[in-house]
Structure formats: C-alpha cells, structure tokens
Design a protein around this ligand. Structure first.
Ligand code: BGC
Length: 717
C-alpha cells in the first residue's frame, strides 16, 4: 500500500477522528492487517500474555492502549495491585453489587438479563475496563461445587437463554464479555489439575450448549479457558475444545483468555488456540522491566519463532484476534463512558433480586406478612446481618451500598417490633450455646419468627477454590430451626445461598424462601417479598435433592465426584439435575423449575398446532394462564419434551422453552410458544453430529418440572 495512504489511516485510527470511527466499523479486517504489518515480532508476542495481574499490553509506540480486565460476574471487582493479589485499597472502586447469577437464572426472565448486562457493562466502562471476566455458565452438577452461585443452574437451555442477553447488554458498552470457564469446570476441588472424562453426548448436550449460545447467538468477544483438564489436556490449551469446537465448528472470532495461572505448556498454548495468557506469575529476577516475559507465551514463544520451529502465522492469528477485540473495545472511539452506583443500577439490582427470589414452601398462606399489623417479629440468624458481597473469591465486591436483610425488614415493617438474635455463628470462637439461648428466649413471645440462615461466602461454603464439605446447613442451623419450631410454629426460613442445601427440617417450618446472594438491594428485595409488595415469581434453576446420594453425580461414588485426585468420570452422563431425578423416579425436596406465588394459577387449553411435524418445522404450542388467586402475579410456563422409545438413552424430559407472563387477578392471558423441531436433536456419537430421531415425542406443559398440567403426543415424520 502507498505509504501516505497508510500513514493517513494510522493517523486516523490513533487520533480517533470521527471519520475513522466509521471506517473502523466497516473495515476492521483491513485495519487489523495493516497494524499487524507494522508490529515487530516482540510487540506481537507481548500482546499474547499479561503485563500485570489484570492487564495485557498494548503497543505504546503506536498509541494502542493496553487491555484492562476485571472480575466479574456480579459487579466490578475492587482494584488489585499491579503485580500481586493484594487489594490496592483505593477509594474510587466502590460499585453496585448485582445479584448472583443463580438469582438471575431464577428470574427465568431474559429481559432482566439484558438489563443486568447493560448495567454491569456501564459500571465496567466507568471503571475503565475493556474485558469483564464473566458471565459464568458452568452447569450445576453437584450441590457441593463452591462456585455454583456464579453460574446459571443445571439446565443447558435455561443457561443459554439467560446468558445471551447478558452478553449483548455488556457488549453494547464496548466492553467484552469473557464467558467462563470453558469447559467442564464443575467443581472447585482439585480444579487446577483434575482430568475430566465425559462422553461426547454429555459434552455437547449438557456442558457446551450455553457456551455455544454465548458464541453463536450472543457473539461473545472473549472466552476464558478453565483450570481443569478434559480428556488429558488442560482446557486453556485444549485442541478439541478450543481449536476444533470453539474456533472451527462455532466460528468463534474472539479471544481465548486463560484462567489465571491455567497455562502449563508452551507448545500446547501456541498450537491449541490460547490467545492471551493471564495469571502466570511474573519473574522479576529474569527481567525487571518485562517480568512477564517468563510466561509460556513470552520469551520461549519468541525463541521458537526466531528458530523457525513455529510459524509466525500462528502468532499472527492470535494478534489478529486481540486486535479485533481491541477494535471492539479499547480502540472503539464512540464507546459510552459508562456510569456507576446510580439509581438505575440499583433499580435493576432490586428488580432482579425480587424476581429471582423463590418461594419454596408456604403452608397456610403464612406469607406475606401484613405490614400494617403491630406485631412482634423475631429475626434470627447470622445471615440477617452478614455482608455477602465480601468473600467468595474472585467475584468479591466492594459494595457502595448493601442493605442487609435485617435493615430491609426494619424499614419495611415499621409498625412492628423487631427483635434480633444471631442464634448461631460461623465463627468457631463464638459461644454458639449462648447465641442459641438468646435466640430461643426471644422467639417464644414473637408473633412471627424469620430465620435468616443458609450458607455464606466463607471458604468451604459458597466460595471459590474449595467445594463444600457437606450438603447440610452448617453451624448447627437444622437443630436450631427445630428447637425454635418447638417454641413457635409461625416460622419462615429465609435461605441465603447459591446452592441447594439439605432441607430435612422443612416440615418444622411454615414457609421457605430461597433468596440467593442478592447484592446491594438484598434487604429491600427480601423485605418486599415478605410483605407482599412484590409477589414471588422466581423458579429454581436447579433441584434440591433430599440427600446427596439422590444426585446423579454422587450416585456413582467417588470416581464420579470428586474423582481420585487425578481424574474423574461423569458417570451420570447426560442425566444431570432434574434429568436424573425424573428419569430415575426420585423425588427431590424441591424440583427444578419449582417456585410458588402468593396467588394461584391454572394453565389451561394446552394444545399444539399439529400432531405431525417435519424436521424443519416449528412446534407451536398455545395455552392460557389463568390467575385464580387474590393478587396479580407472574407465572413461568415451562415446556419440556421427551422422546418415546429412543434408540439412545434419553432423559424423560428436557426443558425446551419457557415464557414468563404477568397475569392480573381473575384474568387470563393466552400465550404461544414456538419450538424448532431441530432443538429435539440428540448428539449422535457415532456420526459426531446432531441427529433428529423420527417418531413420537411427549410435550409436557407445566409450571415446574414436577408440576405438569397436560401432555401432548406429537410425531416427527
Ligand atoms: C478464577 C476466574 C477469575 C480469575 C481472575 C481465577 O482464579 O477462576 O474466574 O476470573 O481468577 O480473578
């Protein structure tokens, strides 16, 4: 190209003229090639690995800015030190804490997912981040996984539907979503080395669909490789997962970023699709000026190219992707500036928190509690006051505001006398007997007892790097609930957790709310549900088995979960979550999709447009949702489909569509749902491709996986 033309283009790029912005939008590939041709080998190599804990280098000489990354996925993490894991103790990094992704999934409301993405993207942008390390879509396989709270539950379809709008929302801000952790990182125990073995069907039907949706429908600009191995190879440089599936089959044109410290081998990192290596410790002894040159994709990569051992085109492919990411983010001129901690973000957090809360049980319509009454409410439990944005690992936040459940209740029930006792403590130095005595002394004379417990963000609870040690509620809570119920039967349990817990105490209490980690608006959202200001409409994104051995992953013993320290085999195969309980006729304590309301609904007139379909058609299902109770409310119509007499092992039914709808009291809303026949395909392991079996299928329409109103038989011809 003529040098003058080139200089003009580069000048335009770097001076960000409006004219050039339009040019970037339409001619990215051209610009990318042009920049690559100007980079030295060393500069290109430098772009493929970190230069600090959370940035990777730009090209200072050309004015190309570095990439700034941040966790993720519930808010923008406080600033860390340049070169170590310590917090930088800044005062400008307080943020909105959005509800955990389990809560978002429980809303079954993709519109809220879009709002979530837009808002968190704005906060990322304001904090000058180019890449948000989230959302997480690892499938919920066992209730012991310490990081389930960061993900979207046990169903690949639900996770897919919810992740796509989140990504689009984030990326509207010129901030990349980095979808994590790709893939099969379904436990924290031994995450750094465990080798996962799973069938092709489990891989394609259960563990990959949400990532695929993120890439193909969400157009995610970045993906994070996971720490574990899959079929003998680390996932951050896994030929099958990254080269063959992500980049070739799904045509991913973005950047693969390693999980922090997840890279182990230079050749594999070069050849198996990794683009940016992050988190490998630096070495100041080797180079004071460039301490990250010691990374696997640093000097040793450079040397291999100089020695002619590796072709430069492999490096160019990585750089091309990184520059494409930059043109979408840091080099994008007309990016909005973002905003932080504003009313709109709190409103979004509040809406999602209130819509995600799940009413698991409500005997005698015990809830809602009337606000106007001058009653005494005993609030018991450590979680009534405990901050849940602190702890948990990399998703930890410095919340600018976090309303505790107790203060939310105090604000909402201002006619009531509220008495609080901690009841139990997660701190083993505290005297639990004394705490229990104090609690029991206030419950007897209370009109209502609200027990606010569950798990927390401490290690071995809902927290990164370890799994839970037990399925039971910790710190003696089951016994405490039982003793309280002997003194006062008007008790509701408010569970705060990101995981299922054993609920063998459930008959002791009238109501149970599953309230997740709700972030900044936790207390106001919980109180609004307790008072009936908001009618609960959340649905469980994962099942609560009665005991661990009922769960498919645990049923097959240690080699299935947690493995032997070296490897594990997902023996339950495709039967994850409710697929297992349903197919094996096991009743969980609370099923996937379950969630009550203060009103009641009926789903009637369920029909399909036809009885016979061709494989390229859509099934059209129509039904009516009738509100038969005393309040307006939202219901989630859920459509599951199962194959009758399949030639392969299948779940009894799988979620294929859902729709959330607001219905006023005494009203009826008609809805229509379309399901492509293509979505009924299973993954044929012999052909290594999706296949739609002809024959009979049953469509189950209900408002929970265990509450089906009607079944329709259809045939694919
Ligand atoms: C986590 C990632 C996180 C990264 C950076 C890792 O330990 O697994 O989810 O994004 O650290 O904090």
């Amino acid at each position: 190209m003529n040098k003058l033309v080139y200089l003009f283009l580069l000048y335009s790029l770097l001076s960000f003229s409006q004219k050039y912005i339009n040019y970037i939008d339409t001619h990215d590939d051209y610009i990318i090639e042009d920049i690559i041709s100007q980079l030295t080998l060393k500069e290109k190599i430098s772009m493929c690995h970190a230069q600090s804990k959370f940035t990777s280098p730009g090209i200072p000489r050309l004015g190309i800015p570095e990439l700034s990354m941040s966790d993720g996925p519930h808010g923008i993490r406080p600033e860390l030190n340049w070169d170590d894991w310590g917090y930088a103790n800044r005062t400008n990094d307080y943020v909105t804490a959005f509800p955990a992704l389990t809560c978002l999934a429980a809303t079954f409301n993709p519109n809220l997912s879009m709002e979530y993405g837009v808002s968190i993207g704005e906060e990322a942008r304001y904090r000058k981040k180019d890449v948000l390390l989230g959302p997480g879509v690892n499938i919920y396989r066992t209730p012991l996984n310490g990081r389930n709270f960061e993900y979207m539950g046990e169903d690949p379809y639900l996770a897919s539907e919810m992740v796509v709008p989140y990504i689009k929302g984030v990326q509207k801000n010129g901030v990349a979503a980095c979808v994590k952790h790709y893939a099969l990182n379904n436990q924290e125990l031994w995450r750094g080395h465990i080798n996962v073995e799973a069938s092709d069907r489990a891989l394609h039907e259960i563990y990959l669909p949400a990532f695929k949706a993120a890439v193909k429908q969400g157009n995610a600009w970045a993906i994070m490789g996971s720490y574990n191995k899959f079929r003998g190879q680390y996932c951050c440089h896994n030929d099958l997962l990254i080269n063959k599936i992500l980049k070739k089959s799904w045509s991913f044109d973005g950047v693969v970023i390693s999980d922090w410290g997840g890279v182990h081998n230079t050749n594999e990192a070069i050849y198996n699709g990794l683009d940016i290596e992050m988190g490998t410790p630096s070495d100041k002894n080797q180079s004071k000026r460039y301490p990250y040159n010691n990374n696997f994709l640093g000097e040793s990569f450079l040397k291999k190219i100089i020695d002619g051992e590796v072709e430069e085109s492999i490096l160019d492919d990585k750089v091309r992707r990184i520059l494409r990411l930059m043109l979408r983010t840091s080099l994008k001129k007309n990016r909005p500036f973002g905003s932080i901690n504003n009313e709109q973000h709190y409103e979004t957090a509040y809406k999602i928190a209130s819509e995600g809360i799940v009413l698991l049980k409500n005997s005698d319509n015990f809830l809602p509690i009337q606000k106007s009454k001058q009653i005494t409410i005993a609030v018991i439990g450590e979680n009534a006051k405990k901050s849940m944005s602190v702890g948990g690992g990399s998703s930890e936040l410095k919340a600018d505001k976090e309303i505790s459940p107790l203060s939310g209740i105090e604000n909402e029930f201002n006619n009531a006398v509220i008495k609080y006792a901690k009841g139990y403590s997660s701190n083993e130095n505290e005297d639990n007997d004394r705490l229990k005595r104090e609690a029991l002394s206030i419950v007897r004379d209370a009109d209502i007892v609200l027990f606010i417990g569950g798990l927390n963000k401490n290690p071995f609870q809902d927290s990164e790097a370890n799994d839970r040690n037990s399925y039971e509620l910790p710190y003696g809570q089951p016994k405490l609930i039982n003793e309280i119920s002997k003194r006062n039967q008007n008790i509701a349990v408010i569970l705060i957790s990101g995981n299922a817990v054993k609920t063998n105490w459930k008959t002791d209490v009238k109501s149970i709310l599953q309230t997740w980690y709700l972030g900044s608006e936790a207390g106001s959202a919980i109180a609004s549900i307790l008072s009936g200001k908001n009618n609960p409409s959340g649905k469980l994104p994962f099942s609560f088995p009665e005991s661990l051995k009922d769960n498919g992953a645990h049923y097959f013993g240690n080699l299935s979960y947690p493995g032997n320290g070296v490897y594990q085999t997902y023996k339950e195969d495709i039967l994850v979550g409710y697929r297992w309980y349903d197919t094996k006729n096991i009743d969980p304590s609370f099923s996937f999709g379950h969630g009550l309301s203060y009103t009641s609904f009926d789903i009637t007139d369920i029909s399909s447009s036809k009885k016979e379909y061709l494989i390229d058609e859509n099934i059209k299902i129509s039904c009516a949702v009738k509100n038969t109770g005393p309040f307006e409310g939202k219901e989630v119509v859920q459509v599951y489909i199962g194959k009758v007499q399949s030639k392969v092992n299948r779940a009894k039914k799988e979620l294929k569509a859902f729709k959330k709808i607001l219905v006023k009291k005494n009203q009826l809303e008609k809805i229509e749902i379309e399901i492509p026949i293509k979505s009924l395909a299973y993954y044929n392991e012999i052909k290594s491709d999706w296949e739609i079996e002809k024959g009979d299928y049953i469509i189950y329409v209900g408002n929970a996986s265990n509450n089906i109103y009607d079944e329709i038989l259809i045939t694919i011809i």
